[in-house]
Design a protein around this ligand. Structure first.
Ligand code: DAH
Length: 351
């Protein structure tokens, strides 16, 4: 028996030596360990071996099995390594080739304006909050004094997810969230820039646009603080010569409310097609926070007052960079975007 197994092992090693592929290796496994394999058959023959020789026989078959297993593992490793080496060789990168030039992008004008507004207000001690684009009716409307069925809701139709959730129509929604989150009912000074949505479908409106909301609440905040803040805002963003004009208006969440115009940056106020010959361009809505809104936000209107303002970021970007059509901001045309790779001072704006 011993001799027989020696011979078989010799044959086995020869077989292993000839193996080149995984397929051949697997064929060998069938030859030795398959249903009719050499080792399997030797194993089943054990029942015919006299009891006294069984132990020796078993050990000898095991010797062959171990030799097979060891050889099998070695050859398998060798083939796998060869495959990896071959792949590495094939995928070698020739780093001596000149690279194709990477095109550099530039910051979207919308985000340039957001960053500028953020820098300005952060320098005046404001925090920047995100708010949420998917809002509920409560924060987008009810806590801002738009009761159910309030006529001012008509101007702000949007995309409803269900009867309670909608894509926010105004970043003003952040007001109610910030007031609620301020559990100590301390002073608030925040801006909230971001995307807003309305069901608009005419050529001068987009269903998605940007706004920035500002909210200040403290003791003794007056309309004079609002005026001063917005004057700084207009001058810093649109130029020191910009004049600001306040007109009475209506918003449910402010009282009194106003609309703020800036002197036309094209004609300086003389009147031209851009300002429709009025000399003024409408910039934003603002006002003193309505006592109901303060109360619903947990602030005592006898102790606290506040102001709020909200402006369209697209409009600001269009004014700043003389962009003639709002749709340029959303069509992702590289030829348009490529123009915004310079510093602000390097633009010569022509309206
Ligand atoms: N949320 C208003 C809008 O989308 C803009 C606005 C007006 C915001 C007056 C304000 C405000 O904070 O005081 O039309």
């Amino acid at each position: 028996m011993h001799q027989k197994i020696d011979l078989l092992i010799e044959k086995l090693l020869k077989d292993f030596n000839e193996v080149k592929t995984m397929q051949e290796l697997n064929d060998l496994k069938v030859k030795y360990q398959g249903k009719k394999g050499v080792i399997t058959e030797l194993n089943s023959a054990i029942k015919d071996i006299p009891a006294t020789e069984k132990k020796d026989y078993g050990m000898e078959v095991n010797r062959l099995r171990s030799a097979f297993n060891e050889g099998f593992e070695n050859i398998k490793l060798r083939i796998e390594q060869e495959l990896i080496n071959k792949k590495l060789e094939e995928e070698k990168i020739d780093i001596s080739l000149p690279s194709s030039k990477r095109k550099k992008g530039s910051k979207h004008p919308f985000y340039r304006v957001i960053e500028e507004v953020e820098d300005l207000f952060v320098s005046m001690g404001y925090d920047v909050v995100d708010g949420q684009e998917l809002e509920d009716d409560e924060h987008c409307f009810r806590l801002l004094n738009y009761t159910k069925g309030h006529p001012a809701r008509d101007a702000q139709d949007t995309f409803y997810i269900d009867s309670e959730y909608l894509l926010r129509t105004q970043t003003s929604a952040a007001q109610s969230r910030v007031m609620q989150a301020n559990t100590k009912k301390g002073p608030i000074r925040v801006i909230c820039p971001g995307k807003t949505y309305r069901r608009d479908d005419d050529a001068t409106h987009s269903h998605q646009f940007g706004q920035v909301e500002g909210l200040v609440i403290d003791k003794n905040i007056s309309l004079a603080d609002l005026k001063g803040t917005l004057e700084i805002f207009a001058k810093k963003l649109l130029g020191e010569d910009t004049k600001v004009r306040f007109r009475p208006s209506y918003f449910p969440f402010t009282s009194p409310s106003c609309e703020v115009d800036v002197s036309c940056f094209k004609c300086g106020g003389k009147g031209c097609p851009l300002c429709k010959k009025t000399g003024w361009i409408e910039l934003l809505g603002a006002g003193m926070v309505h006592p109901n809104v303060l109360r619903m936000g947990g602030y005592d209107p006898d102790l606290f007052t506040g102001f709020a303002f909200g402006t369209g970021l697209d409009r600001l970007a269009m004014f700043k960079y003389a962009i003639p059509d709002i749709r340029y901001l959303y069509t992702n045309d590289v030829r348009f975007l490529k123009q915004f790779d310079r510093k602000d001072e390097e633009y010569e704006i022509k309206y």
